[in-house]
Write a new protein. Sequence first.
Length: 263
Amino acid sequence: MRVIIKSSYDELSQWAANYVIYRINKYRPTPKNPFVFGLPSGSTPLGMFKYLAQAYKEGKVSFANVVFFGMGEYIGVGAGNPHGFQYYLWDQFLKYVNIKKEHVYFLDGLTTNFAKECENYEKTIKKYGGVDLFIGGVGVDGHIAFNEPYSSLGSHTRAKMLTPSTLRANSRFFDNDVSKVPPTVLTIGIATLMEAKEVIILANGKNKAAAIKNAIEGAITHVWPVSVLQQHPHAIIACDVVATAGLAPETVAYFNEVEKGKF
């Protein structure tokens, strides 16, 4: 596991955007061999989205041959609903770059057959040869995508109920009214995430410190789903320095030292 520690949220966002650009350009995607990118939602990636959109405008990267997969969607929420993740990602990022709509895949929150929808999503990912890079955030309780604590580490795309802490956290997108947050979602599973060729988890703020500590220094456990990244051969946790408040000083010093001179 690599751990990238930046001094501020803005520096973290710049690093994440530059890394995505580097990976896409190094891959040299074509129509027959696209780069497959797993998109995060939430507030953490907003800075990265801003820098990616700016890089596209400046001609530093093209998304014409990039295929996007969203991580999840609220059950009962459709594409046109401003509270949905599909709407959110189009509004905050996708509409600002040269994507092709046929290259964007989201779980359908309005489906009446959850199992079939999730099965088809996994099949579509496999059709493209798997995800090249999944980027996600992490919850204060260590959840990744919508795999809450005690989720199966071997899970694939499925329906899940959200915990009270996640409902409270997401209420900021629903006029701070917890009662308006849909309690169930369709989400990629932990195994779905782990099957990606590379995974980056972004974290900022002191409220993520416990999750980051358990991800890096703790045991692998479904109590803290993010800890499973310790088993991924190409996992990166990128965070601001505030999010490392729970780590031992020697841990922070170690990763700062080994990352000197690296991208």
